[in-house]
Structures are given as structure tokens and as C-alpha cells.
Design a binder for this molecule. Structure first.
Ligand code: 6MZ
Length: 279
């Protein structure tokens, strides 16, 4: 492990620690003493200040913990495709569609920011504007899978709501085909991929039934990639009861069910006697 700090020529002093996998750089107020070394052509001095060493060890431990957690094999069972788009991919999408005037702040909820449930669902609407063609969906699905793989995910269940867009010619069938296309193409990534076709409860029972029919077709034709149905969407809209027959149909045809239900408080005016055995 090397621990040293160096001058960058602009008067700034930087601390850097290196072991086999970690390089950490940070600016420091404290001055240190030591011998001069060369690092990438810059002058460097070895630190002897114990406070600095202590700080370096903390930084290293943080990095080692990150590396440890990154390396752990994981399963990801709740990834909405358009809820998993990284900053970098959003950047590419924004560049593709400058006419939309979409800014990063409109596509994500920053750390510590508070939003209402309604505002959260508005974010998805903005992302959907950016992801509205086969090319966009293919790029998003590819990036999301690669990023999960890089994060140590070994089993990934992606879910997404098929959409049709008349302006780009996108159909719901092509949407699903495009999401699973990369999963079929990529054999190198050591990650098991599965896909759930999502029902957005806002679209009502008729669309839910059509979505189940589409999912049934893919259950039979996608070589095991499409395995189930996800019920999602704004929980304040509509009533889960109206979707029960679609969910029952899905269950009867062998599709697995993953349901967002009862996420908000309602005053219950009426009950349903229908139950679906989930296991
Ligand atoms: C409490 N969290 C949540 N509850 C309910 N639905 C959610 C959700 N988080 C995401 N979605 C659903 O996922 C869609 C975006 O991804 P896809 O376009 O389908 O890939 C959202 O529009 C919403 O329907």
C-alpha cells in the first residue's frame, strides 16, 4: 500500500493512497513532511503526519468496504426498467432529444430530497418521454443490465410496462421484444435475466387483460425470459379489485405474480370476496 500526497502545480495539495485496487484523491488543508517522489510527472512528498495516516486509513477502509460490497453476489428482484436508468444513460437520452428541454433534475430524486407520491410518478412521465423508441429501449435495457452486472448482481428480475408510441411506431409487442433482445444477445455477462411484464393500474382492466394475453404469448416463446406479471402504477388511482380477473387469468396460465398493493391508506367503502392464491 502506498500512501502519499502531492502538489498539483496549482498550489493545491492532494492526498492519495494506493493499494492493489484503490486510488483515492482528496484535497487537504494540513501540510505534511517527507521526501520528494514522482507520480505521473508531478512532485510528491511522502507523508509522516499521523493524523493524515489515520485519515488515509479511514478512506482506504471505506473504499475496501465499497469494493467488498460491490463484489458480493446479489439478486435484484425489484427493478422497474425506467426506474433504473443511470445518470449516464439519462445524459445520452437528453442529448438525443434536445428539443424536449429535459434537465437531469426532472428525471431523478436527489439524495435527501422529499417529494410527494404524485411528484414521484411525474418523474416516470418525464423518463417515458425520453424513452419512446425501440432504439431508446434497447439502449436503456442494455445499460441497465450491464450496470447491475457490474454491481455484482447475478440474478436480475427486470419489470417494465409495455407502451405504444404512434410517433415512433413503437408497439407493445416490440417493446417487450426489445427489452429482452439484449438478454438474448449477451451470453458473456454472467447474470441470469428474467422479465416481468408490468400492468400499470392507471390503464384499467381492459388494458390489464390485454397485457396478460401478451405476457402469456411471451411466456411460451421467450425461452424462459418472460416469467410473470408485475402490477404497479400509482396506487391512488383505480382499485385493485378491478384487476383481479386479469391477475387470475395470468395465474391460471402459469405466469408468476408480483404485486404492488395497499401502499396507501384508503377508507374502504366496499370489500371484495375474491382472493387469489399467490403461491
Ligand atoms: C412505490 N413504488 C412504485 N409503486 C408503483 N409503481 C411503481 C413504483 N415504482 C415504479 N413503478 C412503476 O414503474 C413504472 C416505471 O417503469 P417502467 O416504465 O414500467 O419500466 C412507473 O410508471 C410505475 O408504473
Amino acid at each position: 500500500m502506498g500512501i502519499y500526497f502531492y502538489n498539483q502545480g496549482n498550489g493545491g495539495r492532494y492526498l492519495r493512497c494506493t493499494d492493489l485496487s484503490v486510488t483515492q484523491k482528496c484535497s487537504l488543508k494540513t501540510e505534511g513532511k517527507g521526501t520528494t517522489r514522482y507520480d505521473d510527472g508531478r512532485t510528491a512528498t511522502q507523508g509522516t503526519n499521523s493524523l493524515l495516516i489515520e485519515l488515509l486509513l479511514i478512506l482506504l477502509m471505506d473504499n475496501e468496504a465499497d469494493a467488498f460490497y460491490e463484489g458480493l453476489p446479489k439478486v435484484e428482484l425489484h427493478a422497474h426498467l425506467n426506474g433504473s436508468v443511470s445518470f449516464q444513460t439519462i445524459e445520452k437520452l437528453i442529448r438525443r432529444k434536445p428539443q424536449l428541454n429535459i434537465e437531469h433534475s426532472m428525471t431523478a430524486i436527489g439524495k435527501g430530497q422529499r417529494r410527494t407520491l404524485d411528484e414521484c410518478f411525474q418523474v416516470f412521465k418525464v423518463i417515458h418521454q425520453l424513452v419512446d423508441s425501440e432504439e431508446d429501449i434497447f439502449m436503456v435495457a442494455t445499460d441497465v443490465i450491464k450496470e447491475f452486472a457490474a454491481d455484482g448482481v447475478k440474478y436480475l428480475e427486470l419489470r417494465s410496462t409495455p407502451r405504444e408510441e404512434t410517433t415512433t411506431g413503437l408497439t407493445k409487442r416490440r417493446y417487450i421484444e426489445t427489452v429482452i433482445k439484449y438478454s438474448k444477445l449477451c451470453t458473456l455477462t454472467l447474470i441470469i435475466k428474467r422479465f416481468l411484464v408490468a400492468i400499470d393500474r392507471r390503464n384499467g382492466s381492459q388494458v390489464a387483460m390485454e397485457t396478460v394475453q401478451l405476457a402469456e404469448e411471451f411466456l411460451l416463446s421467450s425461452d424462459g425470459l418472460v416469467i410473470g406479471i408485475d402490477l404497479s402504477g400509482d396506487p391512488t388511482v383505480g382499485h385493485g379489485r378491478d384487476l383481479l380477473s386479469a391477475l387470475q387469468k395470468a395465474k391460471d396460465s402459469g405466469l408468476k405474480l408480483s404485486l404492488h398493493l395497499s401502499e396507501v391508506c384508503f377508507i374502504i367503502h366496499s370489500h371484495t370476496n375474491t382472493t387469489i392464491k399467490l403461491t
